[in-house]
Design a protein around this ligand. Structure first.
Ligand SMILES: Cc1ncc(COP(=O)(O)O)c(C=O)c1O
Length: 725
C-alpha cells in the first residue's frame, strides 16, 4: 500500500492536455478528478484521460479492457466506457513512466452526490450489480488472480492497522473481524468482480444507476463480495441503513439468485468492508495527512459502524435474507385464525422481529424508537434478563411446591421495595391475575363484594375485572356498570369533589396510582390520601394497581403510590415486572393474607416458577445497577420540558402532563392524534393514543430511554405537528 500511494502519478492538467492532444488528437478543457492512487483528467465533455500508478501492470489494464468489452456485450442495459486507440493504434500508451489510456466519458452524477437514495435508486443499484456479476460469470483473466489488499478475503491486511486506532474504535471493529473469520470461503462461488461499487464509482442519471466506473480494484474473489462492497456504501448516511441494503439486495436477487452461503456471508462482508476502509484510512491519514480524498468516506463510515454495532445481533442478516417477504402472508394468516377481538397497531401493521434497548426493529430493515412499550422496562431483550431466563430454563422449571432459592430471594427483594406493613407476596402470571387475586383477598378480608373504581379505569381481562373496568363495561361491546360497582369521577384539582360515597360499604377501592387509560392522568396531590381515608372509614381495603406505573417509572419514587403519600393495603404488579416474561405479583399485609388463608389453597401452576423468579430478580438488578429510576427522573423532566416548549409553539398540543417516564399530551381530536401516531411511525417513532376520547398521545417508553432519544422524539414531533397544522 505504501508503494501504491507513494507512486501515484503527478501529472499537471497542462501535461494531461498535451498528452490528450498529442496521443489522441483530443482537445478541450482539462479538469483533474480525485483518485487514490491513479490520476484521472476529464478532457472536454466526452473523454477521460487515465494515468495509471507507476506500479500498475499492463496486464492488469488489459484485464480492465477485456472486462469492459464483455460488459458492453452482456450488460447492455448499462453504459460502459469505450477505450480509445491512440494515433499509433494502441489502447495503452506509456508516457513518463506511467501507462496512459483514453476512455469515453459517461454523463451522470456519482451516487454519493445523488440523494435522496430512494428505494427505486437502491433497486437499480442492485440490478446493475447483478447484471455485472452475470456478465462476468465464466470470464477469467490471469491478472485478476492477484493478492490485493482490498480483496475481502484479505481483511487481515487491514487488521494490522488496528493499533493505530483509539481503544473504543478498536472495540467497535473487533467483533467485525471476528465474524469475518467465520466466513466459509470454500462455500462461496467465485468469479472476477469489480470490487469497488462505492458511492463515488456508481453513476446515476435520472434516478437510475447507469454505470459503475473505475475497474482498478478488480480481483478474482467470492462473487458475493461485489454486492457486499456496494452495500457498505449504500448504507452510508441512510436513516435506515439495513433497509437500504435490503432494497439493493432484493433487487439484485431478482436477477441473480444468491446461495444460502452467499446470504450468510453478505452482511458480515459488507461490514468488514467498512472496517477495512476505516483501518486503511487510519493508516493513510498517518502517512499523508494532506490528502483530502483519503478522508472522504471516513467519518460517515465510523458513524455507520457505530449505528450498526447498536443493532441487535442477527437482525441485519435476517433482513437481507428477505424476512419482509412474509409480512403480507402473516397478516392474512393471522386474520384467518387468530381470535378477531384483537386489533393490530397502525394502518400499515409492523412486523417487528428484534428489539434492543429502546428500539424495535422490523423485518424490512427499519428501526423504531419505542416510546410506548412500558413492558420492556429495562430495555428490549436486555442481555442480563435473557441470560437469567435461559440459564434457569436450561436448569429447572417447576411449580412452587418445592424449596427454591430464587423464589425466596425474589419475594424478599420484592417485598423490600415496599413500605411496612406490605410484606406478604403472592406470585402470579399477569396483571389480570394479580388484580383478580387482589379482589379475592379484599373480599375474603371484608366479607363484602362491592368494588369502587375510578372512571375509565382498566384493571384486566377476566370476568370479574371487566366488571370493575369502566373502560370496558362502558366501551364498545360493554354491558354497562354492574350493580356491585361504584364509579368515582376522574378527579379534578378541586378537593371538594373527592367523595367516595357508595350505596353499600364496598370490599375495596382499586385505583391506579396514575391513570393510564384515562389518558396519562396524574392524580392531584392529596387525592389518594383523602379517598383512602374515606374508604378505610367504611372498613374497605385500598388496592393500588401499579401494573403500569411501578418499578421506578415515576422517577422520584419506586412506586407511583408513594408520590401520593399513602400506603395501600394491597399492591398489584405486572407488565414491567418481568420485562416481557409473564409475571404478576400481589403484595399485602399479614392481616389480609391471614383472612385469605381460610383452608382453601391458592395454587398457581406457573406463578413463582424458578424461571420467572430468576427473570424478576434480573429485572430488579438491572433497575438498580443501571440506575433506571434516576434515568426516568432526569430524562422524564427533560422530555416534559421539551413537550411544554413544543406546546407553546404548536396549537395542536392542548395539555402536557406526566411524571417521570409516564407522560402524555392531549390533542384536539382523535383524528389528529391517530394521524400523528401513524405519521410518527413512518418517521421511525412509535407512539399510541389513549384516553376516553382517544385523543391523548401516551409516552411511556422503556426506562433506558435516553436524552438523545428524547431529542429525536421531540424533533420528529415538531416536524409532524407542523405538517398536520
Ligand atoms: C392498569 C392495568 N392493570 C391491569 C392490567 C392487566 O394486565 P395483564 O394484561 O397483564 O393481564 C393492565 C393491562 O393493560 C393495566 O393497564
Amino acid at each position: 500500500m505504501a508503494t501504491v500511494v507513494g507512486s501515484a502519478p503527478k501529472f499537471t492538467e497542462r501535461d494531461a492536455a498535451r498528452l490528450a492532444a498529442e496521443l489522441y488528437g483530443i482537445q478541450g478543457d482539462v479538469k483533474a478528478l480525485p483518485s487514490e492512487r491513479d490520476q484521472n483528467f476529464r478532457i472536454g465533455t466526452n473523454h477521460v484521460l487515465k494515468v495509471a500508478n507507476a506500479g500498475e501492470l499492463r496486464e492488469f489494464l488489459e484485464l480492465q479492457h477485456d472486462t469492459l468489452a464483455r460488459l458492453r456485450h452482456f450488460a447492455r442495459n448499462l453504459e460502459w466506457p469505450v477505450v480509445l486507440q491512440s494515433r499509433y493504434g494502441a489502447d495503452i500508451v506509456e508516457a513518463g513512466g506511467h501507462l496512459i489510456r483514453m476512455l469515453t466519458w459517461i454523463p451522470g452524477t456519482c451516487y454519493a452526490a445523488a440523494p435522496p437514495h430512494s428505494p427505486e435508486l437502491l433497486a437499480s443499484l442492485g440490478r446493475a450489480l447483478a447484471q455485472m456479476d452475470l456478465a462476468l460469470a465464466g470470464f477469467d483473466h490471469p491478472a485478476a488472480h492477484r493478492r490485493f489488499h482490498w480483496d475481502l478475503r484479505q481483511a487481515t491486511d487491514a487488521l494490522q492497522f488496528l493499533p493505530l486506532l483509539p481503544a473504543e474504535k478498536r472495540e467497535l471493529l473487533a467483533p467485525i473481524f471476528a465474524a469475518w473469520e467465520h466466513i466459509d470461503w470454500n462455500a462461496l462461488p467465485q468469479s472476477v468482480i469489480h470490487n469497488d461499487a462505492n458511492d463515488y464509482n456508481v453513476l446515476v442519471r435520472e434516478g437510475r444507476v447507469v454505470s459503475v466506473l473505475d475497474f482498478g480494484d478488480m480481483v478474482w474473489s467470492a462473487t458475493v463480495c461485489n454486492l457486499a462492497v456496494a452495500l457498505a456504501y449504500a448504507m452510508l448516511g441512510q436513516q435506515d441503513p439495513i433497509a437500504a441494503a435490503a432494497a439493493v439486495t432484493s433487487a439484485y436477487r431478482e436477477l441473480r439468485p444468491l446461495s444460502e452461503s452467499d446470504l450468510d456471508a453478505l452482511y458480515p462482508l459488507a461490514v468488514t468492508r467498512l472496517a477495512m476502509s476505516v483501518c486503511y484510512c487510519a493508516w493513510q491519514s498517518a502517512q499523508a495527512p494532506d490528502n483530502e480524498y483519503l478522508n472522504i468516506s471516513n467519518r460517515p463510515a465510523w458513524a455507520l459502524l457505530e449505528r450498526l454495532a447498536a443493532m441487535p445481533d442477527g437482525w441485519a442478516a435476517e433482513v437481507l435474507r428477505g424476512a419482509a417477504a412474509q409480512k403480507d402472508s402473516l397478516l392474512s394468516r393471522r386474520r384467518r385464525t387468530l381470535g378477531p377481538s384483537l386489533s393490530i397497531s397502525y394502518r400499515d401493521p409492523l412486523h417487528i422481529t428484534h428489539g434492543r434497548g429502546a428500539y424495535l426493529y422490523d423485518s424490512g430493515g427499519r428501526a423504531y424508537l419505542d416510546c410506548v412499550n412500558n413492558v420492556a422496562h429495562v430495555g428490549h431483550s436486555h442481555p442480563r434478563v435473557v441470560r437469567a431466563a435461559a440459564d434457569q430454563m436450561a436448569r429447572l422449571n417447576t411449580n412452587t411446591r418445592y424449596l427454591d432459592a430464587h423464589l425466596v430471594e425474589y419475594i424478599e427483594r420484592l417485598a423490600a421495595t415496599l413500605p411496612e406493613p406490605l410484606c406478604v407476596v403472592y406470585l402470579v402470571c399477569s396483571g389480570s391475575e394479580a388484580n383478580e387475586l387482589a379482589l379475592r383477598l379484599a373480599r375474603a378480608h371484608t366479607g363484602r363484594e362491592d368494588v369502587m373504581v375510578v372512571d375509565t379505569a382498566y384493571h384486566g381481562n377476566t370476568n370479574a375485572l371487566i366488571q370493575i373496568s369502566p373502560y370496558k363495561f362502558n366501551g364498545p361491546g360493554g354491558r354497562g356498570k354492574p350493580p356491585h360497582v361504584t364509579v368515582l369521577p376522574i378527579p379534578s384539582a378541586d378537593p371538594t369533589g373527592w367523595q367516595a360515597a357508595a350505596p353499600a360499604p364496598p370490599a375495596a377501592f382499586i385505583c391506579e396510582s396514575a391513570l393510564s387509560c384515562a389518558g396519562q392522568v396524574i392524580l392531584p396531590p392529596g387525592y389518594l390520601r383523602e379517598i383512602y381515608a374515606q374508604i378505610r372509614a367504611t372498613g374497605a381495603v385500598c388496592i393500588a394497581d401499579e401494573v403500569q406505573t411501578g418499578f421506578g417509572r415515576a422517577g422520584s419514587h419506586f412506586w407511583m403510590f408513594e408520590t401520593q403519600g399513602v400506603i395501600p393495603d394491597i399492591v398489584t404488579m405486572g407488565k414491567p415486572i418481568g420485562n416481557g416474561h409473564p409475571i404478576g405479583a400481589v403484595i399485602t399485609t399479614r392481616e389480609i393474607a391471614a383472612s385469605f388463608a381460610n383452608g382453601m389453597e391458592y395454587f398457581n401452576t406457573f406463578g413463582g416458577n424458578p424461571v420467572s423468579c430468576a427473570v424478576g430478580l434480573a429485572v430488579l438488578d438491572v433497575i438498580r445497577d443501571e440506575r433506571l429510576q434516576e434515568n426516568a427522573l432526569t430524562v422524564g423532566e427533560y422530555l416534559i420540558a421539551g413537550l411544554r416548549d413544543l406546546q407553546t409553539r404548536e396549537a395542536l398540543i392542548a395539555d402536557v402532563r406526566g411524571m417521570g417516564l409516564f407522560l402524555g399530551f392531549e390533542m384536539p381530536h382523535e383524528r389528529e392524534a391517530t394521524e400523528l401516531v401513524n405519521r410518527m411511525k413512518e418517521r421511525g417513532v412509535l407512539l399510541s393514543t389513549d384516553g376516553p376520547l382517544h385523543n391523548v398521545i401516551k409516552i411511556k417508553p422503556p426506562l433506558v430511554f435516553s436524552r438523545a432519544d428524547a431529542d429525536l422524539l421531540l424533533a420528529h414531533l415538531h416536524r409532524t405537528l407542523r405538517e398536520l397544522h
